[in-house]
Ligand binder design. Sequence first.
Ligand SMILES: [Zn+2]
Length: 139
Amino acid sequence: MSNETPTHEKPRCRYCDKILHGRAGKIFCNVDCKNNYNSRIRSVDRAEENKRFPDVIKTIKNNYRVLKQYRLNNLKEGEIRHIRKDELRRLGFDHRFCTGAALEGGREMWKCCFEFCWKEDMNWLTFKIDPDLNTRYNY
Ligand SMILES: [Zn+2]
């Protein structure tokens, strides 16, 4: 009787599935199989990540297009404009998605879609133009 492990129980390379020889506990033929295996895992991870991004980016783009229609760029420094939430919602604006968020005066939360910034009241969003707020980090 042979002491050899039957072929189907011999350890195989995780990448190319060839039977492994040499020291016990080996999981790859060589460093190439190891690298290929790891890069395959990374590309699967990356594909999973990339599936999530288009919807978010589309929403932010649409938010920007909607806000541009209001000609908010005509607001002067310090000027604000109130727009009803439901009106914006009908145009596809989704106030949950933004490119920046910052506290002003330590308690007012402003969200931004690039230069367009808004704070929320019950049924209204208050807008102003403030490109600096979009990039401010003050949490
Ligand atoms: Zn291999």
